[in-house]
Write a protein that binds this ligand. Structure first.
Ligand SMILES: [Zn+2]
Ligand SMILES: [Zn+2]
Length: 77
């Protein structure tokens, strides 16, 4: 029996996510996204797809990256 890292829910089908050697338990993907997904610097939405990364800055899409002055990017997905 494990507890969700985000909401603390007891659930026997929690799944584990390992990122950079840290282990997290979640009861659902919504909680996992809330805890782990990066946030777009421009529109503040959660980046659930591939997104765009440039020098440690994260954006949900090329449009947002361009809006923040980053050029020469292509969507990866
Ligand atoms: Zn949860
Ligand atoms: Zn965005």
């Amino acid at each position: 029996m494990t507890n969700c890292y985000v909401c603390g829910n007891h659930y026997d089908k929690c799944f584990e996510v390992i990122i950079m050697g840290s282990h997290y338990q979640f009861d659902c993907f919504e909680c996992a996204i809330q805890a782990l997904a990066p946030t777009c610097e421009h529109c503040n939405c959660r980046i659930i797809g591939h997104g765009v990364e440039e020098k440690g800055r994260y954006f949900c899409c090329v449009h947002c990256a361009k809006a923040e002055g980053i050029k020469d990017l292509k969507d990866r997905g």
